[in-house]
Ligand binder design. Structure first.
Ligand code: DX5
Ligand code: ZN
Length: 223
């Protein structure tokens, strides 16, 4: 079974609680929170205070994506704010192994993310430590970008690498996931799909969009 993780980046922040409840009622598996610091990526979004507010609005696991430099300085605040999964960029720290273990010490799931241009070898040595490996299918910073096609073979190579090592962390793909490419992502090995503008948009409500995405992925609707 795949997990759909709506990103609130394109949600209406003036009605955040209602937007999150709409995703939860529509069958979301996680809520994905994009934290940006204006340095690792150009935009600034939000910090632990918003994560804490989202925590109060839902019982779904919170999948927090830290697009910040020196995540070692801040991950504890996000853990305390109620994050369930803390995802760090391998490009943002020199000490990814230590950080993943520090997240475990706080009884949270630990994820590691790679930008499109970062080779898989950057995370090979922590494949046994990470609970989740996230491939960016866009250059991070903004929602609504187009999926980079070269990320499909990269997903397949990641799956092969993990199989060869005998480990099975979750494989998450983030950026540009839509009904038109979600089946290809799942076929290439992804089991956690971040969906931002394909869930929160002007065309349809989150429930309808989540239903369409799950159907396009060839998955039964949740009970
Ligand atoms: C971008 C974020 C993504 C993004 C997803 O840096 O990490 O989570 O908002 O949005 P879509 O699905 O619209 O690409
Ligand atoms: Zn993200």
């Amino acid at each position: 079974m795949i997990k759909l993780a709506p990103s609130i980046l394109t949600a209406d922040f003036g009605n955040l609680e209602a937007q999150i409840r709409a995703a939860e009622a529509g069958g979301a598996d996680y809520i994905h929170l994009d934290v940006m610091d204006g340095r690792f990526v150009p935009p600034i979004t939000f910090g632990p205070l918003v994560v804490e507010a989202v925590r109060r609005a839902t019982s779904l696991p919170l999948d927090v994506h830290l697009m910040i430099i020196e995540p070692e300085r801040h991950f504890e605040a996000f853990a305390e704010a109620g994050a369930d999964i803390i995802n760090l960029h391998v490009e943002a720290t020199s000490h990814i192994d230590r950080l993943l273990r520090s997240i475990h010490a706080m009884h949270k799931r630990a994820g590691v993310c790679l930008n499109p241009g970062t080779p898989l070898s950057a995370i090979e040595e922590v494949a046994e430590v990470a609970d989740q490996i996230m491939l960016m299918a866009i250059n991070p910073g903004w929602g609504g970008q187009k999926f980079l096609p070269a990320m499909l073979p990269k997903l397949r190579r990641l799956k092969q690498m993990l199989d060869a090592r005998g480990v099975a962390p979750d494989i998450e793909v983030d950026g540009g996931v839509k009904a038109g490419n979600i089946a290809a992502c799942v076929g290439a090995g992804a089991n956690v799909l971040v969906c931002g503008s394909s869930v929160y948009n002007r065309e349809a409500a989150p429930r309808e969009n989540l239903h369409d995405l799950r159907a396009a992925a060839g998955q039964p609707a949740p009970a």
